[in-house]
Design a protein around this ligand. Structure first.
Ligand code: AMP
Ligand code: ZN
Length: 464
């Protein structure tokens, strides 16, 4: 598989540390609000990456965190804790907010056919791990205490900016809301590992630590959880492009300073979903959710289909017009697949040749748009239905568009048969044999085919 690595800024051949278990870490949601469809675009891309690796023969062990503490309004560690902000907004406790939005997030992933990672760990469940890492960073001189907090000293690293093209003057990146400069830092780029003091609102969740009662910074959470479950040598770390700096830059700094060696080989980032106003963001308050799309009558999988038609590395601009187009194209594609008859023999050589083209598409930096084009090419081709059906069924393990939904039913869908039955019924009605006409209708009905008499004649629909 070839994939774009942010670390080397080039498309590289993927070589795992151990091909029998690829390790993959994906930054999870900060559960202070609903996920917006932009966040979910990133989780769709990560889902496709995991499933593509599986399809190409690599078992994957994937871990994701749930950020329920420590993520402040600015990604550079200032402002109020987002969780506390959410709790105040809704007059609930931080834990209630976390539980509610974690469940909502899980439901969103289900509607989008995003596989829940093998291990999902809450930031608040791993405090011991963060304390252990921070203790060693202090001992080794990579961290210092100042103004009540523990900071990572970025001046100790020659290559702090290796993941990004940013420089110290660009520290405003990731600052989402008006925040003040932290005067306790030695260097502008330094970041908090452990807070005991915040000049803003007091934190709701706190733990004992060697540096006083406090709470972890957001960046240390991902390093701690990743190393706890996936060890010292990570294959893949993902997130949206806004995570490159400072979040992933800081994760690399603290993890490699702690381990004393390179930590993760492939850093893979998904581009943003924008709306007409620019990047969709939870902090903007006004954003689109999966529930809203559902309320408007859209199938969430039409949104997944829309995402898969654009490279994960390109900005996707959301509009209802493009969702509507995607939705119609998706429905048409499903109808075509639904009309396939799973009769006859699967032609092995044809199967392999098409399947290789599919593997080439997903193995070429996750070219899902080409993978979808291949489905259209296959449907247009003179390949027999049984082979088409088998190929699409296999590919949907990666694309997860529910192209083949009613497994048992699809196996006996026979359009010619349906048309014959409709003709028989029309004839019966003509002969005023209404009993027979009704019998034919209910027989079709019981097979999941509903028929409708219109002025243009009788039409049918295959029920989902
Ligand atoms: P958060 O819940 O804010 O921590 O973000 C969760 C994930 O969504 C992170 O991987 C972000 O990089 C990603 N993300 C945030 N905004 C967008 C967006 N507009 N489009 C795509 N991904 C995003
Ligand atoms: Zn993270």
């Amino acid at each position: 598989m070839k994939i774009f690595n942010t670390l080397t800024k080039s498309v590289e051949e993927f070589v795992p540390n151990d091909a029998s278990c690829v390790t993959m870490y994906t930054c999870g949601p900060t559960v202070y609000h609903f996920a917006h469809i932009g966040n979910l675009r990133t989780y769709i891309f990560e889902d496709i990456l995991e499933k593509s690796l599986n399809y190409l023969g690599y078992p994957v062990k994937r871990v994701m965190n749930i950020t329920d503490v420590g993520h402040l309004a600015s990604d550079s560690d200032s402002g109020e804790d987002k969780m506390l902000k959410g709790a105040k907004r809704e007059n609930k406790s931080v834990l209630e907010i976390a539980a509610f939005y974690t469940e909502a997030f899980q439901k969103d992933t289900e509607s989008l056919n995003i596989k829940w990672p093998e291990i999902v760990s809450k930031a608040t469940d791993n405090i011991e791990e963060y304390i252990q890492i921070i203790t060693k960073l202090l001992e080794d001189g990579y961290a210092y205490q100042s103004g009540g907090n523990v900071y990572f000293d970025t001046s100790k690293l020659a290559d702090y900016y290796k993941l990004t093209n940013h420089h110290v003057d660009d520290m405003v990146i990731g600052v989402r809301e008006g925040v003040e400069e932290d005067s306790s830092k030695r260097n502008q780029a330094d970041f908090v590992l452990w807070f005991t003091k915040s000049k803003f609102e007091d934190q709701a969740l706190k733990w004992n630590s060697p540096w006083g009662v406090g709470y972890p910074g957001w960046h240390i959470e991902c390093s701690g959880i990743s190393m706890k479950y996936l060890g010292e040598n990570l294959d893949i770390h993902c997130g949206g492009v806004d995570n490159i700096f400072p979040h992933h830059t800081n994760e690399i700094a603290q993890s490699e300073a702690y381990l004393g060696h390179k930590w993760c080989n492939y850093w893979i980032h998904g581009e943003h979903l924008n709306d007409a106003m620019g990047k969709m963001a939870k902090s903007k308050g006004d954003f689109l959710t999966i529930s809203l799309l559902k309320e408007k009558g859209y199938n969430p999988l039409a949104y997944r289909f829309m995402c898969l038609n654009t490279s994960y590395r390109k900005v996707l601009v959301f509009s209802y017009e493009s969702l509507e187009n995607a939705s119609q194209a998706y429905q048409k594609l499903k109808n075509k697949v639904c009309a396939l008859k799973q009769v006859g023999e699967i032609k092995e050589d044809v199967f392999l040749s098409f399947d290789n083209q599919f593997k080439e598409a997903i193995g070429n930096d996750l070219n899902t748009a080409n993978a979808i084009t291949l489905i259209y090419d296959l449907l247009k081709s003179d390949v027999n239905d049984a082979t088409k059906y088998a190929l699409i069924k296999a590919w949907d393990r990666v694309l997860s568009l529910d192209l083949i939904q009613l497994e048992e039913f699809s196996s006996f869908v026979d359009t010619k048969y349906i048309e014959e039955q409709i003709a028989r019924r029309t004839e019966a009605k003509k002969n005023k044999n209404y009993a027979l006409a009704d019998e034919i209708r209910s027989s079709l009905e019981s097979q999941g085919i509903s028929i409708k008499d219109t002025r243009e004649g009788t039409t049918y629909e295959i029920k989902k």
